[in-house]
Design a protein around this ligand. Structure first.
Ligand SMILES: Cc1cc2nc3c(=O)[nH]c(=O)nc-3n(C[C@H](O)[C@H](O)[C@H](O)COP(=O)(O)O)c2cc1C
Length: 194
């Protein structure tokens, strides 16, 4: 594999929506998770945690949780079974899934800090994984933002669901999406003459 500088790694990592069937070793995910966590020494232990789904049974359980709300809703009952099966297969075919939750904390600031720390860890994990040939998709779809899903993944009372990283090896790197130039998000604060 080509060695990338950090800047290249950040620029070249892509979200992978189609991975191949190569198995992902749980040990590798754990190692990457350790390395991602070590990049944030000032973040308190307990700010976030993950739930891992790596076996065929666990993946099936995860997709059932993801579909719980949809398949029980009136509207969901109208979705053809075939379509649900396609979705189920697509998710269960992905070798590994890291579900991330953060600690809600006592107040909004702590809640946001812990959530941000979890997001930082997820991005580090994506980058460290990319270096090892792993592709990921960060999933926060509205379909999974409901109590049924939260209960299914074992979200505790003081926790906030952050997202799922779907993980696998890939054959092809997709093209990058268009980016907003940084200048368009840039305002200079000027001093005022007094
Ligand atoms: C906080 C966050 C949430 C995301 N949620 C989703 C999602 O729910 N569904 C999805 O397809 N992609 C999701 N993504 C992936 C983005 O769509 C993706 O990063 C974006 O298209 C840019 O592509 P790239 O990662 O290849 O640079 C999410 C990314 C982030 C950072």
């Amino acid at each position: 594999m080509k060695h990338l500088s950090l800047a290249e790694l950040i620029r070249e990592r892509r979200s992978i929506r189609k991975c191949n069937s190569t198995a992902v070793e749980q040990e590798l995910v754990v190692e990457l998770l350790h390395r991602a966590a070590r990049l944030q020494p000032i973040v308190e232990a307990g700010s976030w945690r993950v739930v891992y789904a790596g076996t065929p049974e666990a993946r099936k359980r995860l997709v059932d949780c993801m579909l719980q709300q949809v398949s029980q809703s009136k509207l969901g009952k109208l979705i053809p079974g075939k379509l649900l099966d396609v979705f189920k297969k697509r998710v269960t075919d992905i070798p590994a899934h890291v579900i991330v939750m953060s600690n809600a904390g006592q107040d909004r600031l702590t809640n946001d800090r812990n959530y941000a720390a979890a997001c930082e860890m997820m991005q580090s994990l994506q980058l460290l994984g990319w270096e090892r040939g792993l592709g990921m998709l960060w999933d926060t779809e509205s379909m999974i933002q409901n109590e049924g899903f939260f209960k299914g993944i074992g979200l505790r009372e003081h926790e906030r669901f952050v997202g799922i990283l779907h993980i696998g090896y890939y054959d092809k790197v997709p093209r990058s999406r268009k980016r907003t130039p940084a200048e368009q998000k840039w305002t200079v604060l000027r001093g005022q003459a007094t």
